[in-house]
Write a protein that binds this ligand. Structure first.
Ligand code: FMN
Length: 401
């Protein structure tokens, strides 16, 4: 059965939801599912904006066939060729052999690489090109590395609808709700939107900044991303989050404590620290065990908070592997401008503190590591008491508290 929703006059959401996929990109857990959004414009010509993941292709085709109601599909605009949006291109070509695909040069290259038979269907566009389909004129804006090199966004100059590709997307299935004003975004969606942005697009902050600059010149009325809710008001809220995330500025003053512990002693130190910080009035203190918190959640909180404490045991003269993995992810995603405190543990040759400091100083950008640290030998003992108090004070100082 078809399941579509009207976005604005002439434009319909024809995407679908996937609650079965456990790991997005086979990495990131999505307990709330995910939506793949696609849009169909019914003008003098019929125009489809992006396709969907193969997993929901049957639903997608039912949606399109219902709305076309016997009409042919004239155009397919591909803003983003990643397979979670481009996988169904071949199916569209088979069902609508007269369709013309509008996309960027790089996108057509990728289509060929993925094995799609696109010869005779190509209309290549560049930044600033326009196409008119009747009442509606669409202009194309290149958005390289948001989040693949071929990406573009499309803007309907007639009604102000922006088809934003992966920008402004979120994990989470829509389940009937389509617009930001049909959900409590701040309460129910922001965490997943942040986890989506930081893990999927986080590395490309400067490219997102470039796109935000271009977006400022457009009179946007509706934002149609490829995942998650569409936006039709409250743009300042969304743009502000994107601006902060892409400049690597923290959203909130707070301390994320991430610990790596085998027998519980480093964990205990993390808890002592958390209690002391809260006692001293720090409002946002979150504690994560890196061994049982998926790294995508660690990354999201690392982007969210201003301060981080990394507490790690020494393991074979190195940093505990899962803590090391977290550091590697932060580096890969280009996280910067955070203040970091370190807690080290080891029983015979403690090294993790010095190694984490070296990683933060040498491998990452603008990470300010506090001079004060807690150096444990096996367990937090009386000797560490004053060290911990000094450590807490230096965190508070750096937070201007
Ligand atoms: C496989 C393995 C390797 C370790 N390597 C080191 C090491 O190189 N240097 C060291 O000082 N301690 C090493 N340790 C000891 C732990 O770092 C140490 O006992 C620590 O206090 C454990 O803290 P926890 O209670 O938080 O797990 C190692 C432990 C294990 C299990």
């Amino acid at each position: 059965m078809y399941c579509v929703r009207k976005v604005v006059d002439d434009l319909y959401w024809v995407g679908g939801n996937d609650h079965r996929l456990a790991l997005f990109e086979n990495i990131h857990p999505i307990p709330r599912g995910v939506s793949y959004n696609s849009y169909l414009l019914l003008d003098e010509k019929t125009v489809l904006f992006d396709t969907v993941d193969w997993e929901i292709c049957r639903q997608f085709i039912e949606n399109i066939e219902h709305l076309l109601d016997g009409r042919d599909l004239d155009y397919l605009i591909i803003n983003h060729m990643e397979p979670d949006h481009g996988a169904s291109i071949e199916e569209i070509l088979l069902r609508y052999p007269n369709v013309t695909i509008i996309s960027t040069e790089k996108s057509f290259l990728l289509m060929r690489q993925f094995g799609f038979s696109i010869d005779g269907h190509i209309d290549e566009v560049k930044e600033g090109d326009t196409r008119t389909f009747g009442k509606h004129t669409i202009t194309f804006v290149e958005a390289p590395m948001v989040h693949w090199p071929e990406a573009m966004v499309s803007f309907d100059v007639t009604n102000g609808v922006l088809f934003s590709a992966d920008a402004f997307g979120s994990f989470g299935a829509l389940d009937g709700k389509l617009f930001n004003d049909e959900v409590n975004f701040d309460r129910d969606w922001l965490d997943d939107a942040r986890r989506y942005y930081t893990n999927i697009v986080g590395k490309y902050g400067p490219h997102v900044q470039a796109l935000l600059k271009k977006a400022k010149t457009l009179d946007i009325k509706v934002i149609c991303p490829l995942h998650g809710p569409l936006w039709r008001n409250d743009f300042a809220y969304l743009l502000n989050k994107y601006d902060q995330w892409s400049r690597y500025e923290p959203e909130e003053k707070g301390v994320m404590i991430a610990y790596a512990s085998m027998y519980g002693n480093t964990e205990s130190a993390a808890q002592v620290l958390a209690a002391k910080l809260v006692e001293k009035g720090v409002k946002n203190v979150v504690v994560h065990d890196v061994s049982n918190t998926h790294v995508s959640y660690l990354i999201a909180d690392a982007f969210k908070y201003s301060h981080m404490v990394l507490a790690s045991v020494t393991y074979n003269l190195g940093i505990y592997p899962i803590m090391h993995d977290f550091l590697m992810h932060m580096k890969a995603l280009n996280l910067q401008k955070r203040t970091i405190g370190l807690i080290e543990n080891g029983s015979w040759a403690p090294k993790s503190g010095a190694l984490m400091k070296r990683f933060l100083d040498e491998e990452m950008k603008q990470m300010s590591v506090l001079n004060s640290e807690v150096a444990m030998v096996s367990t937090l003992n009386d000797n560490n008491k004053s060290e911990m108090d000094t450590f807490v004070d230096s965190i508070l100082d750096s937070m201007d508290m």
